[in-house]
Design a binder for this molecule. Sequence first.
Ligand SMILES: Nc1ncnc2c1ncn2[C@@H]1O[C@H](COP(=O)(O)OP(=O)(O)O)[C@@H](O)[C@H]1O
Ligand SMILES: [Mg+2]
Length: 380
Amino acid sequence: MPDRIILPGSTIGILGGGQLGRMTAIEGRKMGYRIACLDPSPNCPCGQVADDQIVAGLNDVAAAIRLAERSDVLIYEFENIDARLVEELEKNYYLPQKSHILAVAQNRILEKQQLCKAGFPVAPFLIVRNTEELKRGVAQIGYPCVLKTSEGGYDGKGQLVLEQPQDFMKAAELVKTENIMWVLEKKISFTQEISVIVGRGEKGEMAVYPVSENIHRENILHMTVVPARISPQTESMAVEIARGIARFFQVVGVLAVEFFVTPQGLLVNEIAPRPHNSGHYTLDACFTSQFEQLIRAVCGLPLGSTQLLTPAVMINILGSNLPKILEKMSYFSGDVKIHLYGKRGNPAPKRKMGHLLFKTDCPAQIDEIIKNFVMSGCIS
Ligand SMILES: Nc1ncnc2c1ncn2[C@@H]1O[C@H](COP(=O)(O)OP(=O)(O)O)[C@@H](O)[C@H]1O
Ligand SMILES: [Mg+2]
């Protein structure tokens, strides 16, 4: 549908109501859009800042249609929304992100197969359906390797690292009890993890964000440093691959591409057709945030400048460190911004509750910021 413009004042319907939807909604409301969302939890993070929330399951077709009827454009905020539901919706409603890339990104097997077929570099992998295939897979790939569920995994959930032969039995148990498909991939000894976020509009125009460097703890994103401390060659290669993937999947919206940096070159770890945790820094450190960019792309507005206004460090706030961070907040300098997602109740230790953004004057200060923050006791 070329040249379709959804002007401020129109309603954006968001499938899902987590923090990504919330931050998108806040950016949308700043621009004058109305926001409706669909999520099973009353007063969910996005619902708190939306004009309207439909409280229903994300697989409730009738509720999704009610959302669509109230909306001028529909978006999904994370990739574990049923792709078949999105496929149904896009037949009758305007959903420019489309279901195809969602279906690919929510299944690690499809994702890796398609990336491979298109010539993008990924870690060596095999599909595993039973213990026999696991045995053959481990023999072929070797230790250390990582077993991942093909669907539904996030923040390291649904993953098991096999460091040595003693770990095989645990993996075999898992494969035996869960009747699902798995991906077995080589554990990559990377020097760094980086990601690139690309905004892409209906006409194929693209705006790429500065490459960010991501530090994980227990497979959950802990910290993002921008600009990434990488060589110009690595930077331009990452940008080229990310643009290539966005073009290949005809992305409309934003796409995040996660990479492993290795001495032999870059490997694509995974892709996400939505705003990404490693792009939260864009809210405070870029002229246009990734959330605003998503809105601009799906509403047919010109993509915003991705210019980095300041070097920065983003640190995730998890359930386990939220109390300490709140306790120490009065000591934070004016160069620290806090974002909390409005999640209620007593949080699980690894639940993402918010993030902090540290502005720095120069990248060389980054290590000092991290050291001081660790010394303050907010993180270990
Ligand atoms: N093959 C691998 N080799 C080394 N580390 C890995 C590998 N796969 C995952 N990891 C680590 O686990 C993190 C989370 O894994 P990922 O595949 O991105 O799943 P998700 O983010 O969906 O939970 C990665 O960012 C990386 O730190
Ligand atoms: Mg990941």
